[in-house]
Ligand binder design. Sequence first.
Ligand SMILES: [Zn+2]
Length: 335
Amino acid sequence: MSDSRISTDIDYDRDGKQVGYLNVPNSTNESGWGTLLMPIAVVKNGRGPTILFTGGNHGDEYEGPIALMKLLRALEPAEVKGRVVIVPGLNMPALMAGQRLSPIDGMNMNRAFPGARRGTITAMIAHYVQTQLLPLADFVCDIHSGGRSMSFLPSAVVHRLDDADRMRKTLDAARAFGAPVGLVLKELDSEGMLDTAAEDMGRIFVSTEIGGAGVVSPATIKVAEIGARNLLVHFGICQGNLVTREAQGLAPTRLMAVPDGDCYTAATENGVYEPLVDIGETVTVGQLLGQVHDIERPGEPPAEKRAKRDGLLVCRLGPGRVRRGDTIAVIAVDL
Ligand SMILES: [Zn+2]
């Protein structure tokens, strides 16, 4: 454990429940020998698989931190066979600031992997996860939401994998999570992601996109809480039954894909975005998804944004303000 500059009193091999901190060196003008105290919990009982849960990878996504704090408070060793490692605020400085990126070094945690021992604070944290936590884990669940800028139909998110057996296990986990949608995503930019780091290490990895727009709701928190618990049961770490969507009177998880660039619509103008279709609605190619109004030229017609393919709108812009290059809409198709 000496490879990282981050230290901890947590003993990952000890049975029982430990709630403690990762001590991240953080020398500042205000605190010369200062440390960022990053919460971490481990609940372990005997032999069995290990799951790593992370929330707050982006600091403006709150379902993960809330669901994981509730899980770490409730989970007792007697319920567990194996080990549960919980980091509710992976980008702690960003979470404290309520923003996507770290206010200390401006970095995106989910582009910082594999990190660097002597890097900035975000790189140091990523390096700790890469070298100390991922090697412990059989399964990894990183709970994201849409953040301030996007709003998502609650989805368990996985990537297309070349290995058929791992793809099947990953899809099974996505289904077990129990969100309305299980999304097989082609990332626009996957280098440096925790997802990629975990997958490259052969871990079964499930991410999520649950809600967003910088807010939380009872419904989205429920999806995250049930999902995390369901994964514990699905992977055999906790006894009991899955809380299935059917048992909640809901339609089963709809497995969908975002196979190519035509699924994404980006803004090419600055202005105010008027959505004409909401998440969860079916769209057809050519349909008007929304329009961008130029507040400086109110007499001009708005720029129309049309669907480039048929499918289900799973994500749209969160705030009303839109800038050139913002993702306005993501369309998914049935798998
Ligand atoms: Zn995120």
